[in-house]
Ligand binder design. Structure first.
Ligand SMILES: [Cu+2]
Length: 538
């Protein structure tokens, strides 16, 4: 009897085994698929869904708290975010942004500092502020493992503009991942009033992939240790202070910038193109008399500067680290100044018109010798001229047909490039449709010097944006229409040129739908199994 039962159950196990294995297999696959589609997993390539971790440069408290004792809570959080368009990175942050919050204190205020490290952090975090007098600047008494809180107090006994950063070993790695910000300690009576204040932090990021390489990028300790950053950016990402994040100001306003160079490796040669720094409080020394009328100020890694200047004319002021190749790595910001023009301060008197013969010096990059230069923007039998003058392309926008050769002539007094792409999110050199600089081949960007020209023949219809690598506010656009008589491929192009963007939520939905389908299949299979079982018993 017992033996029979055993036999029977063995038989049913035998019958069931392939089905059970199949069902377990399906379940395993559907369950496994879930974690891969959640948003916070490193390796999420869906850059469109990654949040911006960049702190707004205008996110500054207007004044210190009037009370003698203030409580400040910094929450250390490791968060996926955008490092550039299409590039995601696991930032380590204070309060979820890079830089962390701007802390505005008054001399002799006592601060009760709370460091809260989120439960889901992978690392211990802490704070070392250069404003704090004591071992480690707070680092010795603020080491906080995940899920815990440290509280300590300090007295702000020195006026100045001070960096704060995480001070948990490996300390430079915590800084390189975004854990830094500024503490301003104002003198009694405060700072002089200005019209606008901006909070800008320069920092390097070291990624496994090269600058601009799409998708999730991990941290490269090797590159950080070798001090060869892929990204040098303001406020935590490429384009934090450009495009629709451009800073705004008006003519005649006095602007104050609190600038931090978080490093962790490079010094910054902070400069405003088109402006002069009226007052520079070097190294954040607010009590010292400022340097007056400065062009470029050196900000050491782990240092700061407070600068003030008045805008005189409308237009764009460009913020750079004047180690200018760092523009290629993202170090670029723009202040758009609006208001009435002031021709006596700045205006063009006459744009030179080029006539007659002019010899073009040969260059390393492809150069077409042009003996006679047509007038600006003239179209003559598939040959069109764009002039570079006063750091602008003339005409800036041009519509041509496929097969047209465009020649750029540098009539400016300084060198420029003609580089396809958007200066706010530069492409890797090899991916540019055209580039006068030849950077893809040589690794260095060569300039079209004054008097030189460069030509490119457009064969593929489309809209091409371009800019000058060294003057990224200098932009142009070429629209290429299909050549008349050629097959218009645009209709087909439109049909094929679409993107499907899936967010983490979409993918969860798809997984859930998949599970429902699988469960239904399993039900059907188990029912058919029952029927089979019945048949066998009979
Ligand atoms: Cu840390």
């Amino acid at each position: 009897m017992r033996a029979d039962r055993v036999e029977g159950s063995r038989a049913s196990i035998k019958n069931c085994t392939p089905k059970v294995i199949f069902i377990v297999f399906l379940l395993a696959i559907s369950l496994l698929s879930i974690p891969f589609f959640t948003q916070n997993v490193s390796g999420d390539n869906n850059a469109a869904s990654a949040p911006d971790r960049s702190r707004s440069p205008t996110d500054i408290p207007s004044a210190p708290s009037p009370s003698d004792r203030v409580v400040i809570t910094l929450v250390t959080q490791e968060k996926l975010g955008k490092l550039a368009d299409g590039v995601t990175y696991d930032f380590w942050t204070f309060n979820g942004t890079v830089p962390g919050p701007f802390i505005r204190l008054r001399l002799n205020q006592t601060v009760e500092m709370h460091i809260v490290n989120l439960q889901n952090s992978t690392m211990t975090h802490s704070i070392d502020s250069h404003a704090i007098l004591g071992p480690g600047g707070g680092g010795a008494i603020s080491q906080t493992p995940p899920g815990q809180e440290s509280i300590f107090q300090f007295k702000a006994m020195r006026v100045g503009l001070f960096m704060y950063h995480c001070a948990t070993p490996d300390i430079p790695t915590h800084i390189a991942n975004g854990m830094y910000g500024l503490i301003l300690v104002e003198p009694q009576g405060g700072l002089a009033k200005v019209d606008r204040e901006f909070y800008i932090a320069q920092g390097e990021f070291y990624t496994l992939g090269a600058f601009g390489q799409q998708g999730f990028q991990g941290y490269s300790f090797q590159k950080a240790d070798a001090e060869t950053p892929d990204y040098v950016v303001f406020n935590g990402r490429v384009g934090a202070l450009t495009g629709n994040r451009t800073l705004q100001a008006k003519v005649g306003e006095t602007i104050r910038i609190f600038f931090l160079n978080a490093g962790p490796n490079l010094d910054s040669s902070f400069h405003v193109i088109g402006g002069i720094l009226d007052r520079v409080y070097i190294e954040g020394s607010i009590l010292s008399p400022p340097l007056l009328n400065v062009q470029t100020t050196l900000v050491p890694a782990g240092g700061s500067v407070m600068v003030e200047f008045t805008t005189e004319v409308p237009g764009k002021l460009t913020l750079v680290d004047h180690s200018l190749f760092r523009i290629h790595h993202g170090a670029l910001g723009v202040i758009n100044v609006v208001g009435a023009s002031n021709p006596s301060v700045y205006s063009s008197i006459k744009n030179a018109t080029v006539t007659g013969n002019m010899s073009m010096p040969s260059m390393n990059v492809t150069t077409t010798a042009t003996s006679t230069i047509p007038t600006v923007g003239a179209t003559a039998s598939n040959n069109t001229i764009v002039v570079m003058l006063n750091s602008a392309y003339l005409p800036a926008q041009l519509t041509i047909t496929a097969g047209t050769t465009v020649t750029w002539i540098n009539k400016d007094s300084i060198g420029h490039t003609v580089t396809e792409g958007d200066p706010n999110s530069p492409k890797q050199p090899a991916l540019r449709a055209f580039d006068s600089s030849g950077e893809a081949g040589s690794g260095k960007a060569a300039l079209l010097e004054p008097g030189q020209s460069w030509s490119y023949t457009f064969t593929t219809p489309g809209t091409y944006n371009y800019y000058c690598i060294v003057h990224p506010y200098m932009t142009g656009q070429i629209t290429v229409l299909p050549a008349s008589g050629s097959n218009n491929t645009q209709g087909y192009g439109e049909l094929t040129n679409f993107e499907i963007t899936l967010t983490g939520k979409d993918l969860l939905g798809i997984s859930a739908f998949g599970i429902i389908v699988l469960v239904s299949m399993m039900l059907v299979i188990s029912r058919s199994g029952k029927k089979e079982g019945l048949t066998t018993e009979q």
